[in-house]
Write a protein that binds this ligand. Sequence first.
Ligand SMILES: Cc1cc2nc3c(=O)[nH]c(=O)nc-3n(C[C@H](O)[C@H](O)[C@H](O)COP(=O)(O)OP(=O)(O)OC[C@H]3O[C@@H](n4cnc5c(N)ncnc54)[C@H](O)[C@@H]3O)c2cc1C
Length: 371
Amino acid sequence: MDADILVVGAGIHGAAVAHAAARDGYRVRVVEQYARPAEGTSSRSSKLIHGGLRYLESGQLRLVRECLREQRALLRERPALVKLVPFYLPVYRHTSRPAWKIAVGLWLYRLLGGHRFRRIPAREWATLDGLDTRELRAVFRYFDAQTDDRALTAAVLADARALGAVVAFDTRLEGIECNAARCRVYCHGPAGTEVLTAACVVNAAGPWVNRVLARVTPRPAMREIELVQGTHIIVPGALTRGIYYLEAPQDRRAVFAMPWKGRTLIGTTETPYQGDPAEVHPLAEEQAYLLAVYNRYFQRGLEQADIEDAFAGLRVLPAGEGSAFSRPRETILHRDDTVPRVLSIYGGKLTSHAHTARQVMKRLAPVLTRG
Ligand SMILES: Cc1cc2nc3c(=O)[nH]c(=O)nc-3n(C[C@H](O)[C@H](O)[C@H](O)COP(=O)(O)OP(=O)(O)OC[C@H]3O[C@@H](n4cnc5c(N)ncnc54)[C@H](O)[C@@H]3O)c2cc1C
């Protein structure tokens, strides 16, 4: 057998599973279709390591507590890459949540493991990066963490490699055939097609998850999913105080404006996506939407031509009713009993990658045999 575990994808989940498995002493191989880690969703996120304050409104307390616990661990274990940052949450006459409701939410967030918060006195509002103070009722400051998603993924993968995981870039998974004893995995890389054998396969292909499952024989059942595109734009000028948590006037969604490498990163959107995940790209209307939110609160009158860069990533959400914004964001580990040697990761968060990897290892225990 070439490996105990073959991982498809070198995004944050593939890297985290490779790390957890190598740490547990398993022989691990990772195949990634692109030339470096994090070329998929894991470099196109909002770059927040957060509990998800807004998930409190939909009652996802377990998710919030789990993410806050993972955030504390990452702040401790990867201090160079994960940093605590102040978040400013302004309340206006026209925004939908009153100040008391936000204060209650922040108390609950604190109780679930979040950091301290306070109400910023009106005399300090003028120091908030030019935030519009007309009809401003209150501003809350709390703390969450920010990272560089690509660098974090590369660091986790480097740790996996240091523990013996073998990573093949520019190598595309073409097919998987499983029987009761093992899986044969067909990959196409720079040296042509290679056939590997592994005790099990972890499908960490992000938005490609069902495309990978469709290449498994015998064909396992798949989860029905929707891909939802999230775009970010980058505009000139850095925010000096921290991250601003804004309410989009158009549809009341949360939009963040963040300092990012000397500029301002603004995101995100939720646009249903069909098609090849490799071809996702920011749409003009998404960029206009984000610019309008930013201009509404910072009055800078920026135009489309001021956008220096933009990128889009794909969320993997369970198919269902209602807006993407209100859909559950729990990570799903999926295995069909007809092919118990293949485990797929649907959805997930940068924040909880290590927790997800630990769960994957638990689920794989019955089919793993040490080499
Ligand atoms: C817009 C947006 C904002 C987000 N913001 C946050 C945030 O602020 N905080 C947070 O915690 N989470 C956030 N998330 C969630 C988080 O970014 C994702 O859950 C995470 O990055 C998914 O990682 P992944 O490894 O599952 O997928 P990906 O990063 O997409 O990795 C999958 C990999 O599999 C590879 N692959 C696919 N098919 C094959 C094949 N056949 N052969 C070989 N390789 C293959 C791909 O090339 C890719 O590299 C956000 C998500 C989106 C979309």
